[in-house]
Ligand binder design. Structure first.
Ligand code: SF4
Length: 245
C-alpha cells in the first residue's frame, strides 16, 4: 500500500494519448462498449491505457477493484482518506491491499481534520458539507488523478436519479480524462452475485444496516424502503460529494 503520491506518479508510464485522442477514444468506446460485459470493459481499459488507468474506491466493496485487477494485475486503486472514515472502511482498505493484486494508493487532503478545524471551525461537515467535501474529497481526487489518462468508478445507474444516465465509458471534461463505470448497468443483485461468486471483500457495515458508506459524520443506516443513498448527508439537500458532477 502506498500513501505518498509523488513517488507513484513518477513511476507511471509516459502518456500515450493526447487530450484530443483521449476524448475521441472515450466517445468511440462509449458507443462500442455500452452493452459490453464489465470485465471486457476493464480489459479494453487495460489494453488502451495500461497503468495510466486507475480505479477509485470508497471501500464500500472491492467489486470494481477486483474486476480491474483481473484485467490489469497490480492496478492502482485510489482511496481518498478524508480523515472521517469509519474504522470498518479503513479495515476494508487494509484487507484489499493485503489480499488483492492491486496497489492501494491512499490519498489524504492537504489539511488534517485538526488543521481544517482550526481554519474553518469544528464540524464543517455539519455547516457546509459542500465545502468540506470540496476540501477533503474533490481537490485531493483532482490532484491524485493528474498522472492518469483514465479512471474507473463503481457508479451504478439504479443508485439515484442523478446517476441514472451514467455512461459505461464517457469523457470527464472537467478533468480531461476517460471515465469508466463498468458496472453502470448492474443492479444490486448483480453486485451481490459477483461478490458471492468471487469472494470479493465488502465493508462489514453493509451487513449492519448501511446501504451506502461514506464519511462517518455524514452517513447513517437506512430504513426499509429507503433509497440506498438516503443515509448520506441526511437532513441536507445534498446527495453527491462532487466527485461525479
Ligand atoms: S462526506 Fe461529510 S465529512 Fe466527508 S468530506 Fe464530505 S462533508 Fe466532509
Amino acid at each position: 500500500m502506498t500513501t505518498a503520491q509523488e513517488p507513484v506518479r513518477e513511476s507511471l508510464p509516459a502518456q500515450r494519448h493526447s487530450k484530443a485522442e483521449l476524448r475521441r477514444l472515450a466517445l468511440e468506446a462509449g458507443r462500442a462498449l455500452e452493452d459490453a460485459d464489465a470485465l471486457d470493459v476493464m480489459r479494453w481499459a487495460a489494453d488502451t491505457f495500461g497503468h495510466r488507468f486507475c480505479v477509485t474506491s470508497s471501500m464500500e466493496d472491492a467489486v470494481v477493484a477486483h474486476l480491474a485487477s483481473r484485467a490489469l494485475p497490480g492496478v492502482h486503486v485510489v482511496f481518498l482518506d478524508t480523515g472521517y472514515h469509519f474504522p470498518e472502511t479503513i479495515g476494508t482498505r487494509d484487507a484489499v491491499a493485503a489480499v488483492m493484486d492491486v496497489e492501494v494508493i491512499t490519498v489524504t487532503p492537504r489539511q488534517s481534520v485538526a488543521e481544517q478545524d482550526a481554519r474553518q471551525g469544528a464540524r464543517l461537515h455539519d455547516r457546509d458539507p459542500d465545502l468540506c467535501c470540496a476540501l477533503r474529497k474533490v481537490l485531493p481526487l483532482e490532484e491524485s488523478l493528474r498522472g492518469y489518462d483514465a479512471w474507473a468508478t463503481g457508479l451504478r445507474r439504479e443508485e439515484s436519479p442523478l446517476r441514472s444516465l451514467t455512461p459505461v465509458v464517457g469523457w470527464d471534461d472537467r478533468r480531461k480524462k476517460v471515465k469508466i463505470s463498468p458496472i453502470a448497468r448492474w443492479s444490486q443483485q448483480d453486485v451481490d452475485r459477483y461478490v458471492a461468486e468471487h469472494g470479493v471483500l465488502t465493508n462489514p457495515l453493509l451487513s449492519d444496516g448501511y446501504a451506502s458508506i461514506g464519511c462517518a459524520p455524514c452517513t447513517r443506516r437506512v430504513q426499509d424502503g429507503e433509497d440506498a443513498r438516503a443515509g448520506r448527508w441526511s437532513g441536507f439537500d445534498k446527495t453527491e460529494c462532487g466527485l461525479h458532477v
